[in-house]
Write a protein that binds this ligand. Sequence first.
Ligand SMILES: NC(=O)c1ccc[n+]([C@@H]2O[C@H](COP(=O)([O-])OP(=O)(O)OC[C@H]3O[C@@H](n4cnc5c(N)ncnc54)[C@H](OP(=O)(O)O)[C@@H]3O)[C@@H](O)[C@H]2O)c1
Length: 288
Amino acid sequence: MINGKFFAGEGETMKVCVFGANGYVGASVYQLLKETPDADVVGTYLENPAVFNDLDKLDINQPESFSAFYKQTQPDVVVWSVMNGPYEDELIHEGLTHLITHITPQTKLVYVSSDFVFTEGNGPYDEDAPMSKLPEDHKLSTYANAKVKAEYFISKELSNYVILRAGPIYGKNKIGKLDERTDQLKYQLRSGSTVAYRDDLIRTFVHIDDLANVVTEFVQNNVTGVYHAGPDKRYSFYEFMQQIAEQLGYHKDLVEKASEHEEADEEIPKNTSLKTEKIANVMKQTFR
Ligand SMILES: NC(=O)c1ccc[n+]([C@@H]2O[C@H](COP(=O)([O-])OP(=O)(O)OC[C@H]3O[C@@H](n4cnc5c(N)ncnc54)[C@H](OP(=O)(O)O)[C@@H]3O)[C@@H](O)[C@H]2O)c1
């Protein structure tokens, strides 16, 4: 029995809704769930051409269309893999609020969050570490602060949820899309340029396949709470992108160290890396 219902092998189908199924992470999760026996999956897109022909077009911020969609879908599990850069705040005040208003205690929410809830940048952080916000005039504040607000909101209003925090996600997803950073690196190396990344920004990098597998595992099991995704290794962007360059068949020295100078109001959190022992203890999935 999962989330109050009987699933795989017990004769009943689990209904899963992936919000953001058209995105980099969501497309992999959607594809994996489609391949999962006894899962009936629906997914949504918004503006970009739909990458699967059976996705539903939905603006999660529109209350009437959201309500109609949700009442018709009645999912057992919801995956939140939505992101909207400069409008992230609206996604929380509108979209996430609509979802929380409609969701029943039986329905599990798997919310994909970010290491940017730790804006002080003194990592590595475990799941119980206090979150922090950026000043409102900081260029990264909209996204980072919206993620913090979303997590507070979810943990206050719901009990049947997973908040899964991830650092930078990389690799080719299930429909062949590369993360933007690797795509850019590939483009520049191919055109003969050197590329520079900072050595003072430390992160826990997570492969898209491992992340999508772990989301799918959370969809199917009874585990709830806050978890950090990723391996126990941490790298600077410079170190990590040197490795990626080598994997792409280039010499690592084509990746150089970028300047660490920055304006005070544009400082990027230095070390947002994540301690990941907790997830390793409860999940089958391991991280490369
Ligand atoms: N990528 C990373 O490195 C990274 C790192 C840490 C955490 N995360 C988290 O992972 C999740 C997924 O990120 P991603 O990289 O896959 O982002 P993404 O590729 O930009 O995908 C986001 C999706 O959200 C959809 N969307 C945006 N606004 C919407 C709205 N108002 N209503 C309905 N759908 C809307 C978009 O639909 P359309 O494409 O149809 O416009 C898009 O498919 C997010 O929660 C993000 O915070 C990502």
